[in-house]
Design a protein around this ligand. Structure first.
Ligand code: XLS
Ligand code: CA
Ligand code: CA
Length: 440
């Protein structure tokens, strides 16, 4: 068996004072927090596409920049097999329990769908074989129905029915292999499901077709007995000008309009939430309170850039608030924290892949620790429940219980006069949050 990351051995937890860049400072996998280990809470996953397919390319450097030990392998299938080995070695060295892939990440596309599926079968067999002596599992699978030229106008929202059919055939196979590999979720990210201009777009037909497509997926999941979660990953723009799965709120409305809300949850990505003009916490919370938070794509964007930079998450403020949402939903069941993150073009050495993941894992581990303390102390919960306490009695309770209408509320106001309002205390709460972040 070849070793692809020869200069790196298993990454260990060495604590916050360690000077070793190839060690965890905060992620201590076996440490228990509220009865569960950090490893169980966080359920980290490596993204196959950024880690093994990413070349550090950008529009000004299409050839990429990265140097990898598999660069010299010429044959496409040999390369795909090498990447399977590299994936397991990488996850094992990091101690990351899961990985995620698109169908086209693990096996290259051939001339026909039939040939492509045969290639997938070969690689799936290799993954299955490698799984026999590994603890590394598949968090989710998905379909790349956006890179190939045929998907120029979208996949399930294409103006071409044959393209819709092609995408369906692709999802069918991808769902089957995800199930075969014990995948715990299947993700739909819109890809090119959106439009560039309404001058050439039948938006109603496209949205209806998207719903039809998802219903077919729900039906097929049932038919084959796949017990993973189906997840939609919202994103507002890129590659299209307007992506139909804009944000959590849009997707919730779309689910309800099409009777999909009981069958599909959401995979929320930090960088997509911020591109939609929301905080990461906002989209997570909106999904959570609607019982639709399934899994998370852990990354961060750059507030000064208007596109999807997919950076490794290092902002402890954001990871803390994100982990508060995960704790509030009672922890992940089938979902986890997938690093949909790529090292920068200038970070081209294999070691940078480790540094990136270590940075992200440490940031989320520390976020988990702080969030768990905040949640135990319940300080913000207490403030919020007191702020809304008026809805527990009297007229407030009557509003909540649906016992009053405009007439009764007018009578109440005429009798009680001007309402007494109280301070929102935002600055005090922000300072309190800083106290937790800095070591309360
Ligand atoms: C792209 C998306 C994509 C999905 C999987 O912006 O984040 O990578 O997570 O198709
Ligand atoms: Ca992204
Ligand atoms: Ca993503």
């Amino acid at each position: 068996m070849s070793e692809y990351f020869k200069n790196v051995s298993k990454i260990q937890y060495e604590g916050p004072k360690s000077d070793n860049p190839l060690a965890y400072k905060f992620y201590n996998p076996d440490e228990k927090i509220n009865g569960k280990t950090m490893k169980e809470h966080l359920r980290f996953a490596v993204a196959y596409w950024h880690t093994f397919q990413g070349k550090g390319a950008d529009p000004f450097g299409l050839d990429g920049s990265v140097v990898r030990s598999w660069d010299e392998i010429g044959d496409a299938m040999d390369l795909a097999k090498a990447k399977v080995e590299a994936n397991f070695e990488f996850c094992e060295k990091l101690g990351v329990p899961f990985f995620c892939f698109h169908d086209r990440d693990i096996a290259p596309e051939a001339e026909t769908l039939k040939e492509t599926n045969k290639r997938l079968d070969v690689i799936v067999a290799a993954i299955k074989d490698r799984m026999k002596n590994s603890d590394v599992k598949l968090l989710w699978g998905t379909t790349n129905a956006f890179s190939n030229r045929r998907f120029t106008h979208g996949a399930s929202t294409s103006c071409n029915a044959a393209v819709f059919a092609y995408a369906a055939a692709q999802v069918k196979k991808a769902m089957e292999i995800t199930m075969e590999l014990g995948g715990q979720n299947y993700v739909f990210w819109g890809g090119r499901e959106g439009y560039e201009t309404l001058l050439n777009t039948d938006m109603k037909l496209e949205l209806d077709n998207l719903a039809r497509f998802l219903q077919m997926a729900v039906d097929y999941k049932k038919e084959i007995g796949f017990d993973g979660q189906l997840l939609i990953e919202p994103k507002p723009k890129e590659p299209t000008k307007h992506q139909y799965d804009f944000d959590t709120a849009t997707v919730l409305g779309f689910f309800r309009a099409n009777g999909l809300e009981k069958h599909i949850k959401m995979n929320i990505e930090a960088n997509h939430a911020t591109l939609a003009g929301h905080t990461f916490q906002h989209d997570l919370q909106l999904a959570r309170i609607n019982n639709a938070l399934g899994s998370i794509d852990a990354n961060q964007g750059d507030y000064l850039l208007g596109w999807d930079t997919d950076q490794f998450p290092t902002n402890i403020y954001d990871t803390t608030l994100a982990m508060l949402e995960v704790i509030k939903m009672g922890g992940f069941t089938k979902g986890g924290l997938n690093f949909d993150a790529k090292v920068r073009r200038a970070s081209f050495e294999p070691a940078d892949l480790f540094y990136g993941h270590i940075a992200g894992m440490d940031a989320f581990a520390q976020g988990l620790r702080i969030a768990s303390r905040i949640s135990e102390d319940g300080v913000f919960d207490k403030f919020i429940s007191e702020r809304y306490a008026i809805f527990n009695t009297g007229i407030g309770k009557d509003i909540v219980d649906g016992k009053v209408g405009f007439k009764e509320l007018e009578a109440y106001t005429l009798e009680n006069g001007e309402p007494e309002i109280s301070s929102g205390r935002q600055e005090m709460l922000e300072a309190l949050l800083n106290q937790y972040l800095l070591g309360k």
